[in-house]
Design a protein around this ligand. Structure first.
Ligand code: SAJ
Length: 431
């Protein structure tokens, strides 16, 4: 069994470090954030993911996983640090990868392997990481192995997917690829696929998420078309998907998280060929406006209305609020639509604020003013389901109906039972 350093103990690095340790490797988990290291050493886990606490505890208690605030020598170095996105410039911030490379470089020895798992624009492994590591005087592919092996796990199902998903491994040469295959082979139960170079592996990761984002944009456009024709988009998509070669995704309030809304831009960062993909991004981001306009047309005006948004996590049953459609909706409502403001000014009245109350049973974020479901829906003119949390399917529509000031419910994730909510006297509109 090998010694492995995992650089970055977030959503991917922490479960990866624990997985390797639980498969017998001697693992050092390193993070630049001393608080994370300190808390982990006390047994407190910084990532909310089903089963992860027990999994990490097992790794720590076995003695195979050590969490440390310094970098040392190791046969393998896995880099799983964030690649933040500069929204204005539409560019990846590679500073964490550069910092990881600089931290590894003085400890690099002949025969070692460096594996980049972070999602990056094509070419990052050879153009950004390789030159930094080669400052050691060692040559990538000759003296040390350099590989890109993208992570593909779904938040909410990380431990299972780490083990069961196929992996794509692209080294800077065959020797590099083989070195990484030996490590991943020790715990991956899915198939391991190799590519001739690191850039292909980077590209593959990005097109997986881009496929999903673009497909969701298609679903969102179809949902709007369906509404124009009085068709239930969910039923139509379900029926269309009965065809053996059709797999349309689900419409919703937009695409959140740190992957799907960002990776398409990484793909286009050093190319002029992004067309369909950037339009898809616009369609998905535009779902927030679509919902605001829908609510406004149903209620007549937004002025003075009370709006309950259920769900600020970017997707169901997780606590992650990065690029949350629910929060984007709240911001959009609070800024008011131009039409609403114009209508109010035309009447000569004062612009009345829109009141938004947020609820999310999975999110515990001190920066957000969150309400219980009861508080959020009290006197609400409209309820918007923005996240498909399982808990929302258990809400009693009768109770909700007795609390609301009006009867509009927008179910943007199609999780509520249409008949039951209509029977409770509520006007349920699905996206
Ligand atoms: N969404 C829809 N309609 C759908 C599916 C998803 O609107 O039919 C929305 C979700 O509500 C959410 C967003 O898309 O707001 C993203 O959710 P997701 O579950 O599609 O994906 P992520 O971001 O949680 O994880 C993705 C996964 N990629 C793919 O499925 C191709 C995961 O496997 C990757 O490892 C992860 O990105 C990553 O780290 O890149």
């Amino acid at each position: 069994m090998s010694s492995v350093y995992v650089h970055g103990l977030g959503y991917i690095g922490l479960p990866t470090a624990a997985m390797l340790a639980n498969y017998g490797h001697s693992v050092a988990g390193y993070d630049i954030d001393e608080k994370i290291v300190h808390e982990l050493n006390k047994g407190s886990i910084n990532v909310d993911e089903p089963g992860l606490r027990a999994f990490v505890t097992e790794a720590l208690e076995s003695g195979n996983l050590e969490v440390t605030d310094s970098v040392g020598t190791s046969k393998y170095h896995i880099i799983s640090v964030p690649t933040p996105f500069d929204d204005e410039a539409k560019k990846a911030d590679l500073s964490y990868i550069e910092a990881a490379g600089k931290a590894i470089q003085p400890h690099l020895r002949p025969g070692d392997s460096v594996i980049l798992e972070s999602t990056v624009p094509p070419g990052t492994t050879i153009n950004t990481l390789q030159p930094i590591l080669e400052r050691s005087g060692l040559s990538a592919g000759q003296d040390f192995a350099l590989i890109h092996c993208p992570e593909t796990v779904l938040p909410g199902n990380i431990i299972t997917e780490l083990r069961e998903n196929d992996r794509i491994i692209g080294g800077v040469n065959g020797v590099s690829t083989e070195a990484a295959v030996r490590l991943y082979d020790s715990f991956v139960e899915g198939e391991i696929h190799t590519t001739a170079d690191a850039t292909t592996a980077e590209f593959v990761k990005l097109i997986q998420n881009t496929y999903r984002d673009t497909n969701i944009a298609l679903a969102n456009e179809l949902a709007k078309l369906a509404q124009d024709y009085g068709v239930d988009s969910r039923e139509a998509i379900q029926l269309a998907n009965r065809h053996p070669r059709v797999e349309i995704h689900q419409p919703g309030p937009g695409v959140g998280g740190h992957c799907l809304p960002i990776d398409p831009w990484f793909l286009g960062q050093d190319s002029d060929s992004l067309e369909l993909i950037s339009v898809a991004r616009k369609i998905n981001d535009g779902m927030v406006d679509y919902i605001v306009n829908l609510v406004e047309s149903e209620l007549g005006t937004l002025a003075g209305k009370q709006i309950a948004i259920l769900g600020v996590a970017y997707k169901g049953n997780v606590d992650d609020i990065r690029k949350s459609p629910g929060l984007a909706l709240a911001r959009r409502f609070q800024s008011g639509t131009e039409e609403a403001i114009a209508a109010v000014s035309k009447d000569g009245g004062e612009s009345e604020d829109v009141h938004v109350r947020l609820n999310d049973p999975h999110v515990d974020d001190q920066t957000l003013n969150l309400y219980s479901i009861e508080e959020a829906t009290e006197n609400a003119d409209v309820i918007i389901i923005a996240t498909d949390h399982k808990k929302y399917t258990q809400i009693n529509p009768e109770e909700i109906a007795s609390r609301m000031a009006d009867d509009l419910v927008i179910d943007s994730k199609a999780i509520l039972n249409q008949a039951e909510w209509n029977d409770a006297g509520l006007d349920l509109v699905r996206i």
